[in-house]
Design a binder for this molecule. Structure first.
Ligand SMILES: [Zn+2]
Length: 294
């Protein structure tokens, strides 16, 4: 079905509001197939996965977009990373199962960031998202309201095989004083609140939009496809070994005979023997060191 693993952008012409609806199917199942997540960890990770294509549609970037939280709470790490053409990956780590809400009880004392890297290298922008509200959708909406000065709302949901996200944002129009602008915004939000979880996850997208916003002229753009994609590579893994330093790498080789590094996003394994390791420290081949975790 065309609606699977897809992002649909639309504009509500009368209300002057733009929206995005995303669905993750295999993309989400791939993430879940790589770890046994407790239900409440799964929920936060599913919300973050569904948020990624929404964020990517609002932020201009050519390289990588990373949503990451590290903290002292039950959920110690959450990383979701996407690229500009719809590939994304994610993982979470926890020391105990967190509650479903609020965010401060899930993450504890934590930093939640949105990082944007350009594909040409060099430029890295990092924005800090305040850990406020019950759910990730509240914190992210707050971030966009602050950074873009435009009223924004997000709805995120997931099950064990599907995740979906929905976003509405006021269009930046000249005519800010238009009397019914605020009323229109309230009205479309109330309508969006009536969307049931099942509908957001499964109902045919155009049918759903026309049902919910029946009074509006809806302009729907061509859907974009989304997929699970991991950016790990042997060259990047070699970069991690270079980061250990020669002595430490030799030490591991002595103990284990080889160095084996598993990518925690996709579970692929890269193995380096003593010849490979020597080549790394001689500086042979390309090395990149841009993994954010490991
Ligand atoms: Zn990988």
């Amino acid at each position: 079905m065309v609606d699977k693993d897809s992002r649909h952008r639309f504009i509500l012409e009368k209300a002057q509001v733009r929206g995005v609806l995303v669905r993750l199917d295999e993309t989400w199942q791939e993430v879940l197939s790589r770890a046994e997540y407790p239900p409440n960890v799964q929920q936060v990770l599913g919300h973050a996965m569904a948020a990624m294509p929404l964020l990517a549609s609002m932020i201009k970037f050519t390289g990588k977009l990373t949503l990451q939280a590290r903290g002292s709470g039950p959920l110690t790490l959450l990383v979701v990373q996407g690229n500009a053409d719809g590939g994304q990956r994610g993982l979470a780590r926890w020391k105990q199962e967190p509650p479903l809400k609020p965010l401060e009880k899930i993450f504890g004392d934590a930093t939640l960031t949105i990082q944007i890297e350009s594909s040409e290298g060099g430029d890295v922008y990092q924005g800090v998202v305040g850990i406020e509200g019950d759910l990730l959708q509240d914190a992210l909406a707050g971030y966009f309201e602050n950074s873009e000065q435009l009223p924004t709302r997000l709805w995120l949901t997931c099950t064990e095989n599907k995740a979906a996200g929905f976003m509405l944002q006021q269009l930046p129009v000249e005519d800010k004083e238009r009397a019914d602008r605020e009323d229109d915004w309230q009205r479309v939000n109330l309508l969006a609140d009536t969307i049931e979880q099942d509908e957001l996850l499964e109902k045919e997208v155009e049918q759903l939009l026309h049902q919910v916003f029946a009074e509006d002229d809806i302009r729907v753009f061509e859907p974009e496809s989304l997929r699970f994609e991991c950016s790990c590579s042997r060259a990047r893994t070699a970069g991690l070994i270079a980061g250990l330093g020669h002595e430490e790498a030799i030490d591991i080789l002595k103990k284990q005979g080889q160095i084996e590094i598993t990518c925690e996003f996709c579970n692929s394994i890269n193995t380096f023997d003593s010849i490979d390791v020597e080549a790394i420290f001689r500086g042979d081949g390309t090395q990149e060191n841009d993994e954010t975790i490991h």
